[in-house]
Design a protein around this ligand. Structure first.
Ligand code: C2E
Ligand code: CA
Ligand code: CA
Ligand code: CA
Length: 277
């Protein structure tokens, strides 16, 4: 039993080493990857299910590493956040996404662009002046920009979060609560924050129409958003049954594989052939 215990310990420590090594690798490579132009932003359409028209896009970062291939954001965003590299990376995302929005506008496509903010980026005192300067340089219409935050980012220092949200809103942008329903925010909190959009988390949508609880929760979130006069977007929509359930509950803006996965900008013409034209 003793030997087995030792082996078990050994096994776990090797696993930990592997995880720590991967972390270290990603951390080191992240520092180089911006300059080496290894990041690309993919765009996932948000579609009005009544008209099949694209109303906006969410910007989702991709890392194409020369030897590791595609490293998903769920692997490197937390490390970028922990090391502070997210501030530089996030600034790059803001710049790229606004340039994309400006290119779309030049084609006569006035679409919203949703951009994910990380916790550190949101708390950064330089965020507001940075965004102001990017808006000015790219000439993007600020009202087209939707900044996606999560509930947990608002919960720590509530007063500071409210101040930062008001400063962002003063630039003309909209605020969206991502993954809504998975955090700890209560209704009374929500009313205190100047937010515009709720995104119903995929975890509630994915088992519609099989899970009656998820259907109740989704319907309740939509009804609550309407009472608070917030717009609502459903994410992770994969089937026609889900589209129809959402329509029947007054949620018409949907994002998910049913319409399109996130795609590279050069693949947009294929999307326009199917939707939006
Ligand atoms: P998120 O903001 O909740 O983004 C939605 C995720 O769901 C994306 O994963 C998207 O590809 C995926 N998705 C969309 N539709 C469907 C669907 O119908 N079915 C399923 N199964 N999945 C769907 P992705 O691109 O891997 O991004 C994961 C997370 O990484 C994002 O979650 C976001 O938290 C973070 N992230 C991505 N890009 C950025 C960024 O530029 N900055 C920051 N701070 N975080 C980012
Ligand atoms: Ca998001
Ligand atoms: Ca989300
Ligand atoms: Ca998520």
């Amino acid at each position: 039993a003793k030997a087995k215990g030792r082996n078990t310990y050994h096994f776990y420590s090797q696993e930990l080493d592997a995880a720590a090594n991967e972390r270290l690798f990603i951390e080191n490579e992240l520092r180089l990857a911006i300059k080496a132009r290894q990041f690309v932003i993919f765009y996932q359409p948000q579609v009005d299910s009544r008209t099949q028209h694209v109303v906006g896009y969410e910007a989702l970062i991709r890392w194409f590493h020369p030897t590791e291939g595609m490293i998903p954001p769920t692997k490197f965003i937390p490390i970028a956040e922990a090391t502070g590299l997210i501030v530089e990376l996030g600034a790059w995302v803001l710049q790229e996404a606004c340039e994309f929005a400006a290119r779309l506008a030049a084609q006569g496509r006035e679409n919203n662009i949703s951009i994910n903010l990380s916790a550190r980026q949101f708390k950064d005192a330089k965020l507001v002046p940075l965004l102001a300067s990017i808006i000015k340089k790219t000439k993007v219409s600020a009202k087209r920009l939707h900044l996606e935050l999560t509930e947990s980012m608002l919960m720590g220092n509530v007063e500071a979060a409210i101040t930062q949200l008001h400063q962002l809103k003063a630039l003309g942008v909209s605020i969206s609560i991502d993954d809504f329903g998975t955090g700890y925010s209560s209704l009374s909190y929500l009313k205190r924050f100047p937010v515009d959009i709720l995104k119903v988390d995929r975890s509630f949508v994915k088992d519609i129409p099989d899970d009656p609880n998820d259907m109740e929760i989704t319907a309740a979130i939509i009804a609550m958003a309407q009472k608070l006069k917030l717009n609502v977007v459903a994410e992770g929509v994969e089937t026609i049954e889900q589209v129809e359930f959402l329509q029947n509950n007054n949620c018409f803006i949907v994002q998910g594989y049913y319409y399109s996965p996130p795609i590279a900008e050069q693949d947009l013409p294929k999307l326009f052939a199917k939707l939006d034209d």
